[in-house]
Design a protein. Structure first.
Lengths: 191, 191
DNA sequence: GACACCGTGTTGGATATTCAACAAACAGTT
DNA sequence: AACTGTTTGTTGAATATCCAACACGGTGTC
């Protein structure tokens, strides 16, 4: 079941993924042909078809892989312990750095308007399942609160990416933690 | 005879080459094992042996490929026309930029003491065959002159690489052309 | 409508690579 | 010398990829 993936397959999938992301940063998916994708990846077209049914399938699989990674990060720490929560955010940001080009491209609303929403749903679902039961608030209130927090965090991360990641993951996770826990009240402390 | 090389072979050879250069920048070739080379390249060891007899053979082929590229550059222009000569130098320097890591590693005397000498011999041979007949000087004198010019040029290029290529290929080729044609007399012009 | 061109989905055979395994050689330790 | 661990060179079978070719659908031009 957990068979190790043959290295040839790994390579093929990786270059196809990278090539699609590269093309997506220049043009819309509907204007991309499988032919040019395979030329860019230097992979035979029939090989592409042994892995994917079309380039939309490839994009779906890229996003699903990211979704699974995100879930893994969210699951790997006790979310209710602030230090662990911050460490998780930092690790997640480091992961984003490693895949900067991918996130830059996919979070661009002109490329795939659904990706950001999809990531938000995962994060929000997680927050609802793991944190809200402890918080014991009204469910409707909790949903709005988690929407607020997750939207905030995602848009801060998008800004960070567009600022070419000018702060370190540690600094960013510290900031996001403060925004999450204290909102605007941290502004008051400095006056 | 000039069969197109199967893309799989191209890939295999490329990653093996890159991995050897990478390892060579950290350790001597005698301390590198084929096993670790293949691990780094993510290539099966038996595949390595279908292409090369050992890692010394791989290094030899890398250097031979560079030698051929150098010969191609040297041959592609009329060397006796100064503007063409400068353009050739510029193109050669652009090639060196694209393969910066390779040249940085191989021109390091601790890595392969023979590489620089090999490149010098090619350049000098070319100079002797293509320029000296026109110059009609005494052969011994011409040999010393070509030694002077080629040694100078190669060491300027080495410095340039070690200064992280701080001048553009165009600027460098201009400079090398002046050193070649005028030696120290260009210093006098500025006083 | 006819034609040319392009991309697609597919096919079959060839080829390169993978993997696991083996025997042998080598190096280090006791 | 015996033992252990590592690397090497090799082998055979399986697998993934390659390549060329084909039929088809879509688009644009005359």
């Amino acid at each position: 079941m957990s068979q190790k993936l043959d290295r040839r397959k790994k390579y093929t999938r990786r270059v196809l993924k990278e090539s699609l992301i590269s093309l997506l940063s220049e043009k819309s998916i509907s204007s991309i042909t499988v032919k040019e994708l395979c030329e860019k990846a230097d992979i035979n077209r029939s090989t592409f078809y042994t892995h994917y049914s079309d380039h939309y399938d490839l994009l779906e699989q890229i996003e699903e892989e990211i979704a699974q990674d995100l879930r893994a990060y969210l699951s790997s720490y006790q979310f209710t312990i602030e230090e662990e929560s911050k460490l998780m955010t930092q690790k997640l940001l480091e992961y984003i750095i490693e895949n900067k080009h991918t996130f830059q491209t996919l979070l661009n609303q002109n490329v795939d308007p659904t990706f950001e929403k999809r990531m938000m749903n995962i994060a929000q679902q997680f927050l609802m399942n793991n944190w809200m039961p402890i918080n014991k608030g009204d469910e409707s209130y909790n949903r709005y609160l988690s929407t607020f927090i997750v939207s905030g965090a995602i848009n801060v991360i998008k800004d960070w990416i567009n600022q070419d990641m000018n702060q370190s993951p540690k600094e960013m996770s510290e900031m996001i933690s403060q925004f999450t826990n204290n909102g605007l009240s941290i502004m008051g402390e400095n006056r």
